[in-house]
Design a protein around this ligand. Structure first.
Ligand code: FES
Ligand SMILES: [Fe+2]
Length: 356
């Protein structure tokens, strides 16, 4: 996508990404299935170009930049190691990533191990690409730009028996992450923005529900809301109306989920919103459900695409773009208490990206 490769950031916007807490977050940037052996995948995350690739050693996430003359490594190729490594004797290099420009070869460790213009020379130790921590879970590729502050988000549904998981998105928002997450946690919009699907304008009243506040400190926990009952004409794309019972939780500043239950039927989403540039982000949804086997994945995805598009239009219109953490700044009602708890918690932990 052209917008991914233009690193033009206004200075004010660039500072949005300077939040050190963002660097410790696990951000979802791809689906595992997208990183095929032998292929290079270019992605942009937090205004940084990245390249993802697999070797026998595992999955790698590097800055998409050759340290020689700054060419994009994602335009290069993965090749079997051509010669025994000069700089890493004894190592059995399976594959290496070859730069498209002067064919410097980078081993999975990130070290340059061969410079074809000087084949006898041991590459200088500074000839090393910058790499980032990367993990896979739920079919999702997670990257932390700095030292991760904790383990990957926990979402039990996809790993429980009887559940089917469908990965939806990425959905691009010209908005900042906190507004997108708050939209996911917002109960009162369902009957209006998603009329006929997730609610009914004639039944827009929100019953009281309980919220557990988040906690800060080393072991922070985001807020949680339970027992939110909503009648939905089509809760999930299966077309079966239901009075569902929602539980919402916030796993991290940009990661949140819900599970809605009706009897034994459970449908859950874990959403991760990753900043692409200072003024845009992408949301990826892990959907998991234990019913509706007769409904094809494509149909569930179509439904989710439609719902997210309805949200996108509204979220991109919101002003100010930065989520006000001062609770005097916007009006709040009882039905907004999960959003209030989210804002309070962001303030407590000192999250600055996308907030004011
Ligand atoms: S720019 Fe990559 S090898 Fe020269
Ligand atoms: Fe919505």
């Amino acid at each position: 996508m052209a917008s991914d490769v233009v690193p033009s950031l206004a200075p004010r916007q660039a500072s949005q990404l300077d939040d050190p807490l963002l660097n410790g977050e696990w951000l979802a940037i791809a689906w595992s299935r997208e990183i095929e052996p032998g292929k290079l995948l270019a992605r942009r995350l937090m205004a940084t170009d990245l390249v993802l690739w697999r070797s026998q050693e595992g999955l790698h996430c590097w800055r998409d930049l050759c340290v020689h003359r700054g060419a994009r490594l994602s335009l290069g190729a993965i090749r079997p190691a051509m010669v025994p490594s000069v700089s890493e004797p004894g190592s059995s290099r399976s594959e290496c990533l070859v730069c498209p420009y002067h064919a410097w070869e980078y081993a999975p460790s990130g070290a340059c191990v061969r410079i074809p213009a000087h084949p006898e020379m041991k590459p200088p130790s500074k000839a090393r690409v910058e790499s980032f921590q990367v993990r896979e879970r739920y079919g999702v590729v997670w990257v932390a730009m700095g030292e991760p502050r904790g383990p990957l988000p926990d979402f039990p549904l996809p790993e429980s028996s009887g559940f089917r998981t469908v990965l939806a998105g990425p959905y691009r928002f010209r908005a900042l992450g906190p507004r997108v997450i708050e939209n996911l946690l917002d109960v009162a919009h369902l009957g209006f923005v998603h009329a006929g699907l997730l609610g009914d304008p004639e039944r827009g009243q929100v019953e009281d529900y309980a919220v557990t506040a988040g906690s800060s400190g080393m072991d922070w926990r985001g807020p949680e809301a339970r027992e939110i009952r909503i009648w939905q004409p089509d809760p999930d794309g299966t077309g079966m109306a239901a009075l569902v019972n929602y539980r919402y939780w916030v796993d991290g500043p940009l990661t949140a989920g819900f599970v809605k239950t009706e009897g034994v039927r459970r449908f859950g989403i874990l959403a991760q919103v990753a900043p692409v540039n200072a003024d845009s982000c992408e949301s990826r949804l892990i959907m998991s459900l234990n019913y509706g086997d007769e409904v094809a994945d494509a149909e569930l995805l179509e439904f989710q695409d439609r719902v997210t598009e309805q949200d996108r239009v509204v979220v991109e219109s919101q002003r100010p773009e930065l989520l006000p953490l001062d609770l005097q700044a916007e009006l709040h009602l009882r039905s907004d208490r999960m959003a209030i708890a989210y804002r309070k918690w962001l303030r407590e932990i000192g999250f600055t990206y996308g907030t004011a």
